[in-house]
Structure formats: C-alpha cells, structure tokens
Design a protein around this ligand. Structure first.
Ligand SMILES: *Cc1c(COP(=O)(O)O)cnc(C)c1O
Length: 391
C-alpha cells in the first residue's frame, strides 16, 4: 500500500527536537523557565494579557469552570457539535449542561436560537450562568452577537478555541479574549501546535488568571499578598480545592518552538483548503465548508459534507473504502447530546438538535495538515470522488 493519510497530524522538525533536548540537559524538567516563556508567547499570539498553560485542553476547560465559579444549579450552554470536553467541563463543576443548535452554514452556535432560548428562560424567571461557544473547525463564532447577548443578560462567555488558534474575527487575531471572558486552547498533536498533551486558558482579567493558577496547582499559593498568615519562607496555604494540572518544561519548550511555525502552518492549511474548495466546490455530490464574511478560518479541520441523498453509497461504505485506500478520515462530531451518558442522565434523544444531527449524517473530516503537498491533495480528492460513487 502507498502513503497513509490521517485527518490531522503534527509537524515536528529538528528545531523542535533540539529545543526539547536542551531542556532535558538543563536544570528543570517541570516548573522551570520554559513554562513562562511559552505562556508569554501564547499571550502575544492571541493579544491577551494573561495565558496559563496546563496539562491538556480538558484541564483548561475544567479550570475555567472553577475560576468562573460555576456551581450546582447553574445552567451552562454549549454546542452539540463539539468534542465531549466542552460539555463535560460543565458537569465537572456540578452545573447543568444544555445545548443550542448550530447555524447550518457556519456550523457554530446559532446566536438567534441562543437568544430565543435565553428569552424563553427569562420569561420563566430563569437565567444562564455561561455559554461555552466553540469555533468549530477553526471558524470563529458570531462573537459580536454573543457578546451583545452576554452583556444584555449578564452571562459569562467561554471561547473553546481548541480548533481556532490563528483564526481572526473581522481581521482581529486577538478576538478570542476580546469577546470571551476566557479562551481555551489544546495542544494535542492534531491541533495547530502541539506539546504532546497540553492546553491553556487565556484571559484579559487578572482576577481570573490568578484563580486559574491557584486551581492548576492544588489550590495552593505562596504569594505573600494572598496568604492569610505567614510562618516563613517555606510557608504555603491551600485556599481552594485544586488539582495538579501543571504542564512540564519539556512540553513548553516544544510549544514555544511550535509557535514559531504557526504562521507558516496556517498558510499551508489555507492553501490546502483552497485546493479542496476548488476540487469539490462545483461537484453536487459534496458540500464544502463556507467561511462567514467576518471570519478568517484557521482550518484545524476540513469538514466535507457528502450529499448523502445524491450519491449511491452510504457514508459508512465511503468511509470504509477510504480507510482501505490509506485515507483515514474522522467524523467531527457525534452530537454530544446523543452520547449514552447524556441520553441517560438528561433524557436527550434524536431530533432534539436536528441541524447538528443532519451535519453529523453528512460530515467527514478529510486530511488537513501542513505536511500535505498539492499532489497529496489531488490524490486524496480523487480517491474521495471515486469512493462516493457516480451519481
Ligand atoms: C481537542 C479539544 C478539546 C480537548 O483538548 P485535549 O487537549 O485533548 O484535552 C476540547 N474541545 C475541543 C473543541 C477540542 O477540539
């Protein structure tokens, strides 16, 4: 068999390897200077005042839920079209999750539907605590719309930006922390930059950043300004129930090195997307992802929809055919409300969020990563066209 392609993969160079080995030869493997350097780089990239690097994107979401003070009884809304962690963090905090369906052209949360939901709740004397909005595939949500609604109704905004490092909203690459109270990143190997496992919470708010740092490290502080008393230089206090969600210097050295490649990688992703757009765009068997007028897409994913009613083969047959031919696609996502855990616990069922479900029935994420050449892209597209069958 020839080359094997997956829907996403990391790009690691000799420069990355050198940075990691330098840390291995130095004094600190964890909690040394590389963490702060990486945080500084992240803050600059997203025009944020603060960045707190942690052990995963999921840990970042959990810490955000704690720093924002979500509690049992709080209602927090997210998109059904996301990775489990965007919804699970609501449960970690003991709060109650709910969903608002996607917009059928941008695949991000439909702000009109959210507005309607919040108004309906408000008439019953209820309110929501927060919204976790997801910049799906790398396309920003309608953040101005979300901010306006959040200000009107007094709820918090989390940007699950795990897909969208490098995206822009109305040309602004600092939109994530400009519009949301906190923005979440993941550095899993399929994402734009990797640290193996890793994540971060970014915010413009000093108070939130301070809380995140305490929760990241067992709820402990040694900061003299925060201590309730001070017995001496050894002294620390546990002021909250926190976790060990620290990230290592080894990982952060890799992260800083990866950040240097971000601009080039984004350019490559956008070039690949343009090629796919041209190859699939005029073929009625496919629906290519559309970019909103306000958005500069970061293309973590290239979500191609198969017009299932117009092709002779099922999505499953197409997917399996591609696997056999070395093209390992994935599907993003099985709507969260249809997961057995969520069905059982909250009673959600098929039909509750029809646009996310329809999208799930049609979507496959086809290979999208900077290492793909133009030849790879046309080979992959040819294989996909063959796999769906003639009309
Ligand atoms: C990857 C991802 C996460 C979780 O990140 P991990 O680093 O794998 O824990 C959360 N939300 C979204 C939308 C993601 O894509």
């Amino acid at each position: 068999m020839g080359k094997v392609y997956s829907y996403g993969r990391q790009t690691i160079g000799d420069d990355d390897i050198r940075e990691v080995t330098n840390v291995l030869r130095a004094d600190f493997l964890t909690q040394g200077p590389a963490v702060g350097v990486f945080e500084q780089g992240l803050a600059e990239t997203l025009k944020s005042h603060h960045a707190c690097a942690v052990s995963s994107g999921t840990a970042a979401l959990h810490l955000a839920s704690l720093a924002l003070g979500w509690k049992p009884g709080d209602l927090v809304i997210t998109s059904p079209l996301t990775f489990l962690a965007s919804a699970n963090c609501i449960l970690y905090a003991g709060a109650t999750p709910d969903f608002v369906d996607i917009d059928s052209t941008t695949y991000t949360m439909d702000v009109g539907l959210l507005s309607k939901k919040v108004e309906d709740l408000s008439r019953k004397g209820k309110s929501i605590k927060a919204v976790v909005a997801v910049d799906y595939a790398g396309q920003p949500c309608d953040w101005k719309g979300l901010r306006t609604l959040a200000d009107k109704h007094g709820f918090q905004l989390v940007n699950d930006s795990c897909h969208a490092l490098g995206a822009a909203y109305e040309g602004d690459t600092g939109y994530a922390v400009r519009y949301a109270d906190v923005a979440i990143l993941s550095f899993h190997p399929v994402k734009h930059i990797t640290t193996g496992e890793g994540g971060a919470v970014l915010t413009m708010r000093e108070d939130l950043d301070a809380r995140l740092r305490i929760f990241r490290n067992h709820g402990m502080t040694k900061d003299p300004n925060r201590l309730e008393r001070n017995d001496g230089p050894w002294y620390y206090e546990m002021q909250e129930l926190g976790f060990n969600y620290r990230i290592t210097d080894i990982q952060c050295a890799l992260g800083t090195s990866q950040l240097r490649k971000l601009a080039g990688n984004l350019e490559a992703r956008r070039r690949i997307a343009l090629s796919y757009d041209k190859l699939f765009g005029s073929d009625s068997r496919f629906i290519t992802p559309r970019t909103a007028s306000y958005a500069t897409h970061a293309y973590h994913l290239y979500p191609l929809q198969i017009n299932v009613s117009k092709v002779p083969r099922s999505k499953r047959e197409i997917f399996e055919d591609l696997r056999q031919n070395g093209i390992n696609c994935q599907v993003h996502y099985i709507p969260v409300h249809l997961q057995p855990y969520y069905r059982r616990k909250f009673g959600w069922k098929a039909g509750d969020f029809p646009l996310a479900e329809e999208f799930y029935a049609r979507e496959i994420s086809i290979p999208m990563y900077p290492g793909l050449t133009e030849q790879d892209v046309s080979f992959i597209a040819g294989r996909i066209m063959r796999a769906v069958g003639e009309v």
